[in-house]
Every structure is written in structure tokens, then in C-alpha cells.
Design a protein around this ligand. Structure first.
Ligand code: PLP
Length: 494
């Protein structure tokens, strides 16, 4: 298996090299040259780890079987609070795939618990001796999940930039209290696109990258642009489908829908890969919050980032530039990289691009207003005594809109649940009518659990006692200087 750049098919690397580099040197993203097909029949009775092996081994072909199995074993162990890893819960007519049972209570753990092991193995395969520096921009959940995954992994340092405006208090605290000598956390004065844009610019800054190489460092990324994050996410789409088969809710081969709350288009792109591999998916329901660039794109073919970013109750989806959409463009278009490169150039130069929307048929897109998110949380709680987090509520609501429009009575829908409701206690508590005035988030967590009888996850309970370790803050222009400071290179070692 080779990986090529979305912007230039002549750039081709091995799986382990794609994992190390994170992003292609021309600014494109690595995509698998062809999609491996898989027979569902063979996968039917596998547990999460064995299924993960069957799927990942098709993409990471330069890993030895023993090595890849070892990575999987270390990733999906008892840091998840259920042996199922990703349990499926029935909610009325629908199912909720809970991807938040890992150490940071968000679905990012599904991939970031394995990426460090994949990366270490990739370095070994390539005989790479330089120290790796993981640079990550986060809208809240990636940062903590990456810190948790990479903390104390020797030979790797991790630097996380998060937007001061636009992550929840719990998320901020989770990051600022991260332990591990090899971890660095910086608040950026700005929003997520500022943080992500800054990190992307650093990756594209040949001079700076060269300078770090000379100092024996190589840069890599833990963002969902890394193929080492995307592929592990394909697994749970197969897994949840097969759980429905095992439970006799569907027959092998029946088509189902997935509703995915979407920001950077990583999670739903993994579902699209699952479909390309042979998973019978009817529609991929792409759910956005009020930052509905993707909804508009799927409706019109025009991707237009020229709008204000709105800070919503689902901060991990407050994004105007959905990086992984570039991969979808690449896969959909016959002209391949020519169109993708052109679109990305236009997006960067004038802020928008247009494609023929008829090629987007695998997807349905919709968005939820803040009011609809709150109403959805309340309604689902009343009806099923089940708490949705704000992101999952977006997907639930959009999936309802889809069903109203399409009325496909015999097609099951899985709603992908991406975070624990306790990660966003203020929004969730106020949605179900609790008084949140003058209460901090920890008080709200207690109130919420008393009211609902839903257990507080351990990772949140422990947070209160933790010490703040990281206090750094900077403007987006100063990100390079912060990196130099942490790595003790260049003229700014103060
Ligand atoms: C990151 C995140 C999302 C969005 O996922 P993408 O892969 O960026 O589309 C949704 N919900 C939560 C809780 C997240 O952390």
C-alpha cells in the first residue's frame, strides 16, 4: 500500500512514512492509493482488537503482524472503562455508538490511544533516530487526548496549541494539568482556525522545518490530517454494524445510516472509507452546528469560509476549515489531484471554491441551531433517561431531520456519540432545565449526576485535585518562538 498526496500523485510514501510525516510536503494530505476491500463474512465474530487488526493491517502494510497486534493491544486496554471499547446503546428506534469510554471522555481517544504506538513503530521501521515533535492544534478534545496518548512516551515530545477563546473550562483544565516532562501546552489568543492555521503554516515553513531537522528534531502531527488517526477510526464503523448483526437487528448486507457530528471532517471521512471498503452504508449524515459551512457545501457545491466563526455549545465543531474534506474531494473527483489542488489554492487565496454537487450523493448534510441542540438534549433525557452531550445532540437532531425528509422506515440509523455529557456540564445541565447560575463546572457535574443518577466518569472526578502545570499563552505570530523555547533551539532560549 502506498499513500499519495491529494495535491500531487507523484508524491508517494509508505504507510509508516505517511504516519511520520503527518502531512505531505506540498501541503496536501496523504490518501491511500487504492481502498482495500474486505469481506464482512470474515469479520463477523471478532472482538474489537481482532477486528482492528483485520482493518488496520490492510492499510499499514509495512508493519509486521506481531508489531501491529502489539500496538492494538497497548491502545485498547483498560484505559477504556468497558471491554466493548465502543458500546452500542438502543435509544428508541435508533442506536447510539458511544465512543467516549477512553481516558479523556471524547472520541479522539479511539485513535489517539494508538497513534503514539503506530508512530514509534513507524520510526523503527524507517531507522529514524531524530526526536519527534508532535505539533497539534486543538478545538479542545484532540489536545487532551493527544497529550494523554503521548505523555511519557520516550523519544517524542508533544506541543499542543489551543484557542483561548473557544474550549470549555473542563477541556482547558484537562490540558493545563497534563503531567509528563515531554508535554507542552499553549493557549493561543484567537480561535481554532487561528491555532490550526498557525500549525499548518509551521509545517509548510520549509526553512523552519529544516532548522529543526538540523537540531535533530522532526515534526509530526496528531491532528486528524494524520493517516495514523484516520484509519483506526474506520474500525468502529464495522464494529457497530457487526454488533447490530450479532444482535439480530439487521441481516449481514443490510444497509444502515450513520449520523456523525462533524468538525474537521475526520470522523465521517473514516465512515466514508468504511463504505468504500464494503460496509453497507446507505447515507452518511453529516451534522454541523451553527458553523454550517459543510451543510452549505453539500447543498450547493460551494465551500465558502468567508463568514464569522460562531462560538457554540459544541466547541469541538466550531470550525470553518474542515481539513479532511480535501481527502473527500480527492476521492470523488475523476481529475483527481488537479481539482483538489485548485480548490485548496482558491480556498486559501479567495476564501471559497465550487465543485459539481452531483458527486456528493453518499452524504446528507444538515445543521442544528443552539436552541435545537438544547431541545434535543432535553427531549432525549425525558424520553429515555439518557444524556446526550452537545455534539452528539447535533447529530441526533440532524438525523431526525433526515428521517422526516426521507421516511426510510426499514433502515436503521446509528448516531455516533462523540463525548461524555459530563465534559460539557453547563450546556447539558441548562438544557434539561437545571439552574446553572453562579456555579462552577464541578458543582454542575455534581448537580447533574444527582439529578440524573448517571455516574460521573473517573477521569472527571480526578481532575479537581490536579495541579495546573502549563501556563503558557501567546499570539499566533509567536508560535515558532514558543516551539524554539521548548526545544531549546535558536536564539530564544529564555
Ligand atoms: C473532534 C470532535 C468532533 C468532530 O470530529 P471531526 O473528526 O473533527 O469531524 C465531534 N465531537 C467531539 C466531541 C469532538 O471532540
Amino acid at each position: 500500500m502506498r499513500y499519495i498526496s491529494t495535491r500531487n500523485e507523484d508524491i508517494s510514501v509508505s504507510p509508516s512514512q505517511a504516519i511520520i510525516q503527518g502531512i505531505s510536503r506540498d501541503g496536501g494530505l496523504f490518501v491511500p492509493l487504492n481502498t482495500p476491500k474486505i469481506s464482512l463474512e470474515e469479520l463477523k465474530d471478532l472482538n474489537y482488537k481482532d477486528l482492528a487488526f483485520e482493518i488496520m493491517s490492510k492499510f499499514f502494510t509495512d508493519f509486521e503482524e506481531r508489531e501491529l497486534r502489539e500496538c492494538i493491544k497497548k491502545a485498547y486496554d483498560d484505559k477504556f472503562d468497558t471491554e466493548l471499547i465502543a458500546p452500542l446503546v438502543k435509544l428508541g428506534e435508533d442506536y447510539c455508538l458511544e465512543l467516549y469510554h477512553g481516558p479523556t471522555l471524547a472520541f479522539k481517544d479511539m485513535a489517539l490511544s494508538i497513534l503514539p504506538y503506530l508512530l514509534k513503530q513507524s520510526l523503527k521501521i524507517n531507522g529514524e533516530n531524530k526526536e519527534v515533535v508532535i505539533l497539534t492544534a486543538t478545538s479542545g478534545d484532540t489536545g487532551k487526548a493527544a497529550l494523554e496518548g503521548f505523555a511519557k512516551v520516550d523519544g517524542i515530545k508533544i506541543i499542543v496549541f489551543f484557542p483561548e477563546e473557544g474550549v470549555s473550562k473542563i477541556q482547558k483544565l484537562q490540558m493545563r494539568t497534563q503531567e509528563g516532562e515531554n508535554t507542552y501546552v499553549v493557549g493561543i489568543n484567537g480561535n481554532f482556525d487561528d491555532a490550526q492555521g498557525g500549525v499548518k503554516a509551521i509545517f509548510n515553513d520549509k526553512e523552519f522545518v529544516e532548522f529543526l531537522n538540523k537540531n535533530n528534531y522532526i515534526l509530526s502531527s496528531a491532528n486528524s490530517i494524520n493517516i495514523g488517526r484516520l484509519i483506526p477510526q474506520v474500525v468502529y464503523y464495522f464494529y457497530s454494524y457487526l454488533l447490530l448483526v450479532k444482535d439480530n437487528k439487521i441481516q449481514l448486507g443490510d444497509k444502515i445510516n450513520f449520523a456523525v457530528p462533524t468538525g474537521n471532517f475526520g470522523n465521517i471521512l473514516a465512515a466514508y472509507y468504511a463504505k468504500k471498503m464494503g460496509l453497507p452504508i446507505n447515507k452518511l449524515i453529516c451534522a454541523s452546528n451553527e458553523n454550517k459551512v459543510l451543510t452549505d457545501f453539500f447543498d450547493t457545491g460551494i465551500y465558502d469560509k468567508r463568514r464569522e466563526l460562531i462560538l457554540t455549545s459544541s466547541p469541538s465543531m466550531d470550525i470553518l476549515i474542515s481539513s479532511n474534506l480535501e481527502r473527500l474531494l480527492y476521492h470523488l473527483d475523476e481529475e483527481k489531484e488537479k481539482l483538489t489542488a485548485l480548490c485548496m489554492e482558491q480556498l486559501s487565496d479567495v476564501g471559497f471554491y465550487k465543485i459539481d454537487k452531483d458527486i456528493l450523493g453518499d452524504f446528507y448534510a444538515g445543521y442544528s441551531s443552539e436552541e435545537e441542540v438544547a431541545d434535543t438534549i432535553k427531549k432525549v433525557y425525558k424520553r429515555f433517561n439518557y444524556l446526550l452531550d452537545t455534539h452528539t445532540a447535533v447529530a441526533y437532531n440532524v438525523s431526525e431531520k433526515y428521517k422526516k425528509e426521507y421516511k426510510e422506515e426499514d433502515i436503521e440509523t446509528i448516531i455516533v456519540s462523540t463525548a461524555s455529557p459530563y465534559k460539557f456540564p453547563a450546556s447539558v445541565a441548562s438544557s434539561i432545565g437545571l439552574d446553572i447560575r453562579d456555579r462552577d463546572e464541578f458543582e454542575l457535574i455534581d448537580i447533574l449526576s444527582k439529578e440524573t443518577n448517571i455516574a460521573i466518569p473517573k477521569a472527571i472526578k480526578n481532575l479537581k485535585e490536579k495541579k495546573i502545570i502549563h501556563n503558557h499563552n501567546c499570539n499566533k505570530e509567536d508560535m515558532r518562538r514558543m516551539i524554539e523555547k521548548f526545544l531549546k533551539v535558536g536564539g530564544n532560549n529564555d
